[in-house]
Design a protein around this ligand. Sequence first.
Ligand code: DGL
Length: 279
Amino acid sequence: MKQELPTIPGPIGVFDSGYGGLTILSKIREALPQYDYIYLGDNARTPYGIRSFEIVYEFTLQAVTKLFEMGCHLVILACNTASAKALRSIQINDLPEMDPARRVLGVIRPTVECIGSITQSRHVGVLATAGTIKSESYPLEIHKLFPDIQVAGEACPLWVSLVENNEAEGDGTDYFVRKYINELLAKDTQIDTVILGCTHYPLLLPKIKKHMPDGIATVTQGELVADSLKDYFRRHPEMDAKCTKGGNCTYYTTEAEEKFIESASTFLNEAVTVQRIEL
Ligand code: DGL
């Protein structure tokens, strides 16, 4: 049975398939510390990047529905895979029926907006999950704004699993970081800017920087998404009024709580408490 959604102001929802969205959440909280947040990680079903459109859409819609039921009026999909595969369908087909006044925003558009002013060669690379690369969302969004930029993409199927399994700093990880960077750069030797199009990848940044050739800019998303959200609130005072401001953040996971606490504290550099929920 359809549940009535709470109408009083509530926290901002931040969703990811796992821990990756924490890299976005921490930058959003730095930029907008006054708001309340709920972070939801679907750790039990991560990774999403290898799943079909239908499944990513189904899982993401379940998460968004849950966050709305928990009182959020605004949900950020802090996950490129969900942004690429589910955001548009949710915005166009589901929101009008669930509540046309609620909003779901993604991370791809805010990321590509800055690309035109970074690349000199007009050749850009994207490293992301297989799902995001296959969706062609990055080339599509980049070409809407900058039709002259050439875009090459490379799927990095193992990177999310390495991060989720606390291997971001492991010795074996170097091999896979080097491999996908080299494969991307071999596709287009003029690339001067590489987008890390997955919210898990900032955790691999030390190794990515180590293996990225000099002169190539690496773009991460956290600050870009945070700036874009700030701007969104400036343009939408009606949504700002629906977001509570107590400076709190609560965490939910679909996996075991102990596992989340252990990994999330390395992502955030602070201890967190978390509650397990079912979607
Ligand atoms: N962190 C997510 C992204 O930005 C998804 C990783 C996954 O679940 O495969 O794409």
